[in-house]
Design a protein around this ligand. Sequence first.
Ligand code: 1GP
Length: 247
Amino acid sequence: MKSSIQNGINQRVSSNKKQLAVLLDPDKIDELALPSFVAQMQQHQVGLIFFGGSLLTSFELDRQIGLLKSLTTIPIILFPGSVQQVSAAADGILFLSLVSSRNPELLIGQQILAAPMVKRAGLEVLPTAYMLIDGGNTTTAIYMSGSQPLPANKPAIAACTALAAEMLGMKYLYLDAGSGALNHPPVETITAIKKETTLPLIVGGGIKTPEEAHNVALAGADIIVVGNAFEQNPELLGTIAAAINNF
Ligand code: 1GP
């Protein structure tokens, strides 16, 4: 089993260093602008690239990841919405189970279909408990999951969900309001999860400013994921990365 991505993440977490992950949605990649954006990612020490989406309409993952790999050595980690998004071109995969849901297809169904593909592809597997939380609007992730998100004002439910995932042996927790959420996951919920668990916590969805990135990190997020804000304004990368790197 490969472990270099996990070793890198875990080392940073144990030295209490926060990490920015940039989410690239395959449907929204502007290939002409990609080289300069990737150069900025290198310059601002982006730790990880998450690659995927809840709904895909273009299926050029191998080629797009190949292009990315020609531009950077930042690890490219699949963040798949379904089994269709497994690509051997990536470095690793967030092997997600949607533990906030009661939808068997996203708890274990898609994973059974994906497992042999992931094994054959030789991807590093990051077993990740994925929790969707209400961010004030119905994001594509929430709609496509056919599940109820965690209520934003009930941190205890999120904390118990995360604790159960830790007890089940998962290695990472991902609290996500979904791409383009109005509100990022509440700091009270992040704090409650960190109080109850010891796993590295990934937080994303609706983070749009350096202040929000800072607040999410302060509450306990170890990896802060930003996608939509950079699609709207790539110039934000420098300030948001600085907020996280200087934390
Ligand atoms: C979504 O956590 C990611 O799954 C990032 O969300 O695109 O809103 O930054 P944004």
